[in-house]
Design a protein around this ligand. Sequence first.
Ligand code: GDP
Length: 296
Amino acid sequence: MFSSLQDRLGSILNGLTGRGALSEADVSAALREVRRALLEADVALEVVRSFTDRVKEKAVGAEILKSIKPGQMVVKIVHDELVATLGTEGVSIDLNAPAPVTVMMVGLQGSGKTTTTGKIAKRFTERQKKRVLMASLDTRRPAAQEQLRVLGEQTGVATLPIIPGQGPVEIAVRASQAARLGGYDILILDTAGRTHIDEPLMAEMAEIKARSTPHEILLVADSLTGQDAVNLARSFDGRVGITGIVLTRVDGDGRGGAALSMRAVTGKPIKLLGTGEKMDALEEFHPSRVADRILG
Ligand code: GDP
């Protein structure tokens, strides 16, 4: 097991109790440990750099108080900066648009798009009594459309009837029509992923967006994504333009540095967390909890 950041900083800094303020040399030694902790938590390197620069600015010259050990003081500065970077809590999916409000789910294959589509649809149906239609635009993976249909049956949410042979854009257009004509409040489009980011995937997402004018575009990403998180978030946001992030597999062993990486490079809010395979395993995002976990 790694020792906690608090312990590590304590051994570096606590001897300073009773001195005036943290010097640049004190802070630099502490920041090496902070950097290590962030990299162990899978925060992307470029994000670690800019983050530690900001912590340095706040910590150098900070007065050493009698009431709190210097190590704890720096941990608090790091924690507060993590929370500030991770962003506001409780940013929910925005439904403030004419019905049907279209939500487009994007992300790599296996990231949890279909599962999250079902979870969100179930939540809106049960908690807000919304009429939700789900449509799978994944014509690449043979069983994907069927997977969503089964989820719809389990959760009591309507799914767009499957018409074999249609392409993703055609299905998106049909889904928008069906949602309008059927008087649905919300349409969730579950798009196809790929094993990695490539141009055909981005082109397909851009075309679906152009044809279905979604109000929300949510990037679904595995919280165990390591250094790739930056590239993933930047590609989807740069090319398609996302409005928020859903992190899945938060129930896993990872420390969730991807949350910080993706938020830092896109500035887009983390809206929800997937915490299991079950349809109710969906939670609000609390930056302070994620910060605690990153610090270990
Ligand atoms: P998609 O290819 O992006 O649509 O991914 P799926 O929704 O099919 O999910 C891939 C696998 O991850 C499935 O076995 C899901 O049950 C599982 N999964 C999705 N979200 C979570 C989560 O939050 N926690 C856990 N433990 N498993 C998840």
